[in-house]
Design a protein. Sequence first.
Length: 203
Amino acid sequence: MPQDLSFYYAAIPAVILVGLAKGGMGDALSLIGLPFLALVVAPVEAAAILLPILVFMDMISLAIWRQHGDWTTLKIMLPGAILGITFGWATSALVPGSVLRVLIGAVTVAFCLRYFWNNFGPGKGIVIPPRPQRPVLASLWDSNDLVTRALMQEFYAKLYAGAPAADALHQAKLRLIERYGDQAAPVLWAGFVLTGGNVQINR
């Protein structure tokens, strides 16, 4: 264990910054954890010090999110992860420490510049309106098949007649009440809601 206090002055902030990065916080500041520690120890040694902390954090994340795994996403990410690990090992094993420091610093500076460009560069503050989303009509609970069919027929008839989607749904529900009276209890049609853009079909 290093006895020089400068090591601890660098190691403690570096671990905090890496922790912020793993937690999705800190933005560009969190990127300097490893380069900061590499100022007082060799880059490979700095990575070896931080690696158990990173592995422990990942184990906690896997334990918490174990019920939400997506094997398809994992299969997509795995080739890139293996390639990156292989490249990192080869770089640390074959490249001299002085050159490795320069590479780590250059990558960190590049990511920091990208962060500042994205957040403070030209175009920052310009709000791009979202694209209209395709509306979806669905029910919040199970409904009678007969009522559902009648409601859908009325809804699409109004929609193709030129009414906006929200108005078409409203008119379809009113038409349903007119046709079936007391038999059209609210529990049968009130659960149908429209999400997405209030589109209008022009024919």
